[in-house]
Design a binder for this molecule. Structure first.
Ligand SMILES: *[C@@H]1O[C@H](CO)[C@@H](O)[C@H](O)[C@H]1NC(C)=O
Ligand SMILES: *[C@@H]1O[C@H](CO)[C@@H](O)[C@H](O)[C@H]1NC(C)=O
Ligand SMILES: *[C@@H]1O[C@H](CO)[C@@H](O)[C@H](O)[C@H]1NC(C)=O
Ligand SMILES: *[C@@H]1O[C@H](CO)[C@@H](O)[C@H](O)[C@H]1NC(C)=O
Length: 639
């Protein structure tokens, strides 16, 4: 805050701001993202994770697509509707999502043979990829799935209406696992359903073995990819999907804004069928509220000791890390799992409010809206419980310590959250989940939106403290800004502490921060906070590129292209392009396609001892965050 007056001058220098400047910036950025020459979309109109192909972060290739990218796209189209009065592209984006990333019936067969009184067979999660494959344990009690029958009765279908999280949009791996088909091979046009992580908290993108979601044993080893993950006496051709609940929730939140804005224009009828689908997505998203094996929530210690739950006994009502569903390709059996670990960064009180309190968005099922009301209350409590002394929000909680219902250390058992244990790094340890600052404004933005819409004091209390913290951590210097990039955590609630371990000028997380501050300032009338948001937005806008808005990154993590990926010793298999999957494989040996990437030379030079590669990336979510932050400020303050 100290140098904000100077920054205001520096960041605005050379720019003339007229009426509607920030709305105009949204449209400018929107058009860059939609300009085909900038390469954000595949032939089928699937949004890529990034315009660039050589890209490893949460995805292992830039031209993969995620449910996250879809949710940001839908949100951008909602705002486009607000600013132009034309909501047809909002409907179209939702339709593209339905075609390409929500599995169609032929891609999830056998759901009618699902047994809701035994949703899945238990297996421990272990710490390292090298601890896999793991045995299934048929004698461990699991609970009952209390929403299955209700969903069947409501929608007349046994299938799940939810996004799978990951697509190989250009069929780079060559599985050709297209919507409605299975393993058509490298000749098929994408998008192709794939999956990655499945081997515990240390399995980062660098250590993962990509696999098709539908495994006919055509690729991989003798029994496809299954032997890498599970020890079994016999193997079955199968399919499976993983949902990332924050993304589906973001799509619902976007639909809430589309509904609100279309209403203002008297156009809600133009999008009413999409809004109905958003409510349906919310009905199914409730799978994220349940323990992985539908076991009882609270002091659930010891896989054999902790009983399965009945009804809502297994519901924590938070948005957990994932839920999954799968089955045999023959259709003979299927399974479903929830997840007992919840990270604050995934929570979305805006979506929970929409699904419980906005008539047009209430799910049709008997208990959908009341579950979302319970979720809204629980989420608000969660932020407060996790808030650090300084104001940032700490990691999350788990119902299953170490992913296997272990006994947690004593310091975590004194103060629990509804019997769930504090976890400063839920689910991922490489890197730890809550290190990345971006999760703070991603999640707090939704809380600020909820506060803006409802004025709820519980949300305000958390936001007051959070806003204070971040304002004290933003530095404006030499025409630029610095924000936290990495956070370090210590202590246990209610005495958690955060320190900023690394700072950067990332335009995407700065955008999410500015958006959070804008909603907060619009409701409280705090001029100082509004000014900080405006300064951030102006500084961010100084980093325009031909494709969007971005700053260069120096990626020493790319030394990991050479890292060994654990493959069990007795396993030998092949990718469709012939890459061999065997003990001793490395990240790059499993992905030889990278050696034909136009940017590969930078990686090769680095691996041979040369300089650290630099990239100026255009991630879909990041470019959307930039657009949405500028547009939000424009809409809220009519500037
Ligand atoms: C709305 O936008 C779509 C393209 O997204 C266009 O085809 C259509 O003509 C527009 N409608 C109006 C009324 O401008
Ligand atoms: C939402 O609706 C419930 C039930 O009608 C009500 O008790 C609650 O106060 C509402 N919440 C908000 C934030 O308006
Ligand atoms: C809790 O105790 C464990 C083991 O005694 C220790 O490793 C851990 O750092 C403590 N957790 C926190 C958050 O302080
Ligand atoms: C890493 O990869 C490069 C290029 O592919 C190779 O030349 C080098 O020997 C590898 N280094 C190690 C340590 O494996």
């Amino acid at each position: 805050m100290k140098s904000s007056a100077i920054a205001l001058f520096v960041c605005l220098f050379g720019q003339l701001q007229g009426d509607g400047e920030y709305k105009a910036r949204f449209l400018q950025q929107y058009h860059k993202i939609h300009d085909p020459t900038n390469g954000y979309y595949s032939k089928q109109g699937v949004p890529y994770h990034s315009a660039e192909t050589l890209m490893v972060d949460i995805t292992d290739h830039g031209h993969e697509s995620t449910s996250e990218a879809y949710s940001y796209w839908i949100w951008m189209e909602a705002m486009y509707g607000k600013l132009t009065g034309n909501f047809s592209s909002f409907n179209a984006a939702w339709e593209n999502m339905e075609q390409n990333i929500i599995p169609v019936h032929a891609s999830q067969i056998g759901n009618n043979n699902y047994n809701p009184s035994k949703p899945a067979t238990y297996a421990d999660e272990l710490d390292w990829p090298s601890d896999y494959p793991i045995p299934l344990q048929f004698d461990v009690p699991v609970g009952q799935d209390p929403i299955f029958q209700e969903l069947v009765d409501t929608y007349g279908s046994y299938d799940i209406y939810a996004m799978h999280w990951l697509l190989d949009a250009d069929n780079v791996y060559g599985f050709g696992n297209l919507p409605g088909s299975c393993e058509l091979g490298p000749e098929a046009d994408g998008p192709s359903y794939i999956n990655t992580f499945e081997r515990g908290p240390e399995e980062s993108t660098w250590r993962t073995i990509p696999q098709p979601t539908c495994d006919t044993f055509k690729y991989g080893g003798q029994h496809g990819f299954s032997e890498i993950f599970a020890k079994q006496s016999s193997f079955t051709k199968s399919w499976k999907y993983s949902n990332a609940p924050d993304a589906d929730a973001r799509a619902i939140q976007a639909a809430f804004w589309a509904h609100t804005w279309a209403n203002e224009e008297g156009k809600s009828f133009e999008i009413s069928s999409t809004i109905e689908k958003a409510a349906k997505l919310g009905d199914y998203l409730r799978y994220a509220m349940f323990d992985k094996y539908f076991k009882r929530i609270g002091n659930c210690v010891g896989p054999h000791n902790c009983p399965g739950g009945q009804g809502r006994e297994s519901a924590h009502f938070l948005l957990s890390w994932y839920f999954g569903w799968g089955g045999a390709l023959s259709g003979e059996w299927t399974w479903r799992i929830g997840d007992g670990t919840a990270f604050f960064g995934y929570q979305n009180p805006m979506a929970a409010y929409a699904l419980s309190n906005v008539t047009a968005m209430k799910p049709k099922s008997a208990t959908g809206a009341s579950d979302w009301q319970a979720s809204l209350d629980r989420q608000l409590e969660f932020y407060g419980w996790l808030q650090s002394e300084e104001g940032a929000i700490a990691g999350g909680v788990t119902n299953s310590w170490n992913g296997r219902y272990d006994t947690p250390p004593e310091n975590l058992t004194e103060n629990t959250f509804h019997g769930m244990f504090y976890d400063w790094q839920p689910v991922c340890h490489d890197p730890p989940t809550n290190r990345w600052y971006g999760m703070q404004p991603w999640s707090l933005d939704r809380l600020a939106q909820y506060y803006y819409v409802t004025g709820d004091e519980k949300a305000k209390t958390v936001l007051d403290k959070w806003v204070n913290w971040i304002i004290s951590e933003i530095e404006f210097k030499n025409g630029n800004f610095q924000l936290p990039e990495w956070l370090d955590w210590s202590g246990v609630p209610p005495n958690v502490h955060v320190i900023v371990a690394k700072r950067s000028s990332d335009t995407a997380t700065a955008s999410a921060t500015a958006r959070t501050l804008s909603y907060y300032a619009a409701k409280t009338g705090d001029q100082n906070v509004k000014n900080v948001a405006k300064q951030l937005l102006d500084c961010i806008w100084n980093h325009q590129t031909t494709k969007g808005v971005s700053v260069e990154e120096v990626l020493d993590s790319y030394s990991r292209f050479n890292e060994t990926v654990y493959v069990p010793e007795n396993f030998k298999g092949y990718y469709p392009n012939g890459d061999v999957i065997e003990h001793g494989a490395t990240f790059i040996s499993l992905r030889s396609f990278y050696k034909r990437d136009p940017e590969w030379y930078k990686i090769e030079a680095y691996l041979n001892g040369g300089e650290i590669p630099r990239f100026t990336y255009h991630r879909f979510w990041a470019q959307s965050d930039v657009a949405l932050a500028q547009g939000t400020y424009g809409i809220l303050f009519n500037e």
